[in-house]
Design a protein. Sequence first.
Lengths: 328, 167
Amino acid sequence: MRIAILGFGSVGRGVAQVVQEKDLGITVTGLADSRSGIMDPDGIDLQAALDRKAKTGFCGDRSTAPLDVVDGAEYDALVEVSPTRIEDGEPAITHIVHALSRGKHAVTSNKGPIALAHRRLHTLAASHGAQLRYEATVCGAIPVLHVLQHDLLGNQVKALHGVMNGTCNFILTRMEDEGLTYDQALAEAREMGYAEADPSYDVKGIDAALKLVILANTIWDLGVTLDDVEITGIDLITPDAIRLACERETTIRLIAEAIPEKGLLRVSPRIIPHGHPLLVEGTLNAVTLHTDLAGELTFIGKGAGSVETASAVIGDLLYIGEHHAGAH
Amino acid sequence: MQVSMKLEMKDTPGQLVSVLTPISQCGGNIIAVIHQRDQDSDSGVLDVQIVLDLPEGRLDDLVGQIKKRGVTITRIGKERLFLQRSLLMIGHIMHTDISDTVDQIDRTGFAEVAELSLVMPAISERSSARITLKTATAADMNSAVTLLRKVSEKKEILIVEPLEECG
Ligand SMILES: NC(=O)c1ccc[n+]([C@@H]2O[C@H](COP(=O)([O-])OP(=O)(O)OC[C@H]3O[C@@H](n4cnc5c(N)ncnc54)[C@H](OP(=O)(O)O)[C@@H]3O)[C@@H](O)[C@H]2O)c1
């Protein structure tokens, strides 16, 4: 399978590293970052590209624009791993639209296009006989979408709850374990590389809400957007509040919750008892599905990380390769 | 509110009915009637336990009515609010009149504040509290939580609710 990777940051480089290290039958024929691009139908020398990126900041040729790669490279599947922009989902939406319109499959870790344009992209993919997969957008390495789409066939999912933002979970864990203030825990998260310079996207619950939107639209086809989610972040949580919770053998976590029966879509800090399956430590993610046949299922795993996220991307690619071979 | 009563009455026809009438007159709803027609049935005394749902403030009236009919009340249990839920509050809890917040819950008649633990840091900083609500039914609990959220929103107090699992 030939792929083009759009975005050569943490996830893009993780995908390149896995492709390079494992014999998966994947060849990278197109590659771009924000300011450069490179195409080679016989396969790009990934090590050279990684070295070049590290040294110069460019993965390819400055005269080749990202969209040139999307439109011009010879590939079966586009791997869209550029930054998430919640305002308009660009440039990822354009990249994916162009690829699907060429009849190419698309795999992405970018929440923007899926949260904002899921139906449109899905319809476009179907009309071109292409696949659109986005396992990596939700809970990183946890294969929750695959489970929902393939392994729980025949089940009705009644509700879901999850810890879907590793940054928030890390901060709350540190506040509980060490009695740190919110600001101290945030500073530590930054130091460890778990929080961005502007952490508001994570700590205000927006990232978790985007994942909830993606899950809700995938499971129930609700057609909801970020505006439909009631969102409260963790930035006002105090160590005193956590202590008061702990006195009752409970603690606080940022929980994303969807119960379509009650019209409920909510991301908010919640009290959960010690020993609860969703009570994970540090940057881990967890998600519980409440189903009619299988009962309750909880998945725990890494919600982010270069190779961990690449795992979900690679899984999608190989799934497409196995089930939808003979790409255009 | 939910009330349970142990009554002692003459074992004659019509006695039980004579107790049930004032209950409905007081707007009460009978949840259960438990006969204890056990021991010596020769004594001519009937022991009955009644569990009922009664509007707030009608209990004294009802007790009077029942006594008037020659029935002895051997025990009254106001085990009314047996559902509990603890929530956390974060914000300027004192400055925004905590007693008013508590009052608003207690005034509902169907919910009350059973416990409040407040931790106050430096004067200008936000304080944190654990508040425990009590109600008789799950529906009342949801109403009480909704009310607390509404009152707190006006006072810019963050409410952290427990995760209530669904089936
Ligand atoms: N990191 C994770 O663990 C993780 C987990 C789940 C999902 N995601 C999602 O995956 C995506 C990538 O994340 P990341 O951590 O790899 O981000 P990142 O490290 O910031 O890398 C983003 C890459 O995209 C490139 N880029 C920016 N604009 C572009 C454009 N117009 N065309 C092509 N490439 C462009 C950047 O180019 P330059 O190098 O030139 O700046 C950079 O190489 C994001 O949408 C993120 O939300 C990430």
